[in-house]
Design a protein around this ligand. Sequence first.
Ligand code: AP5
Length: 216
Amino acid sequence: MNLIFIGAPGSGKGTQAQILSKEFNIETLSTGDLLRKEVEIKSEIGLIAEDLMRQGKLVDDEIVIEMIKKKISSNNSIKGHIFDGFPRNINQAIMLEQMLTNLGKKIDKVINFDVSEEIIIKRISGRISCRECGSVYNKYYNPTAKEGVCDNCGSNDLYQRVDDNEETVKNRLEVFKKSSAPLIDFYAKKNLLVTIDAFKIVSLIFEDIKQALITT
Ligand code: AP5
């Protein structure tokens, strides 16, 4: 099963991908996470990506496509993938389709996370992530049981993303509207799109996604 999660920044794609990948035993490929790792290790890609990400701009298609290509061709035994935050524009979508076709695979469903800008800003401003295991929390909606300590791995290395500030979030929302929103129509025309009300609580959204995978 190959799924694509599209939605504005902070719409909850990563949160649902984490839960779904455990339940269905499929791998999540988040281009945002992959790029943040490159930035952390100060690789060549990381040095190019850092500034663009800080400004909320998209990293060049060639870079992200190459990263995804390496990942999906490296292990053919994996049952499927959740593409979280990729594709981000029509060019990336066409390239993904070609890569999967070459591997004898296809996209089964595209989940579109629909939520208002007001909620997005609140979610993003409260997001805290664990540098050790990647778990994501929210100081308003989903705080850690013990302040400053990751529930999952016990690390106290919790941080706020550098692109989670008001100015960058505005840019990220603009980029989403201009480059990524056309994907909604693109996948609707292919009969692959399911739009989920991403305003609900995490567990209910998860149920809606599971339902969408079974019924449509
Ligand atoms: P990326 O990391 O992909 O960021 P994004 O798409 O902006 O999405 P986010 O990670 O911000 O949000 P999310 O939807 O995953 O929400 P989450 O589950 O964390 O990309 C970052 C940058 O990398 C880009 O700006 C770009 O520069 C670059 N990049 C990435 N991919 C690229 C590509 N393909 N091409 C080019 N450049 C690329 O939830 C947010 C918060 O809300 C959390 O605190 C969470 O706990 C909380 N929350 C989640 N669900 C709920 C709920 N139902 N109720 C209440 N709170 C909730």
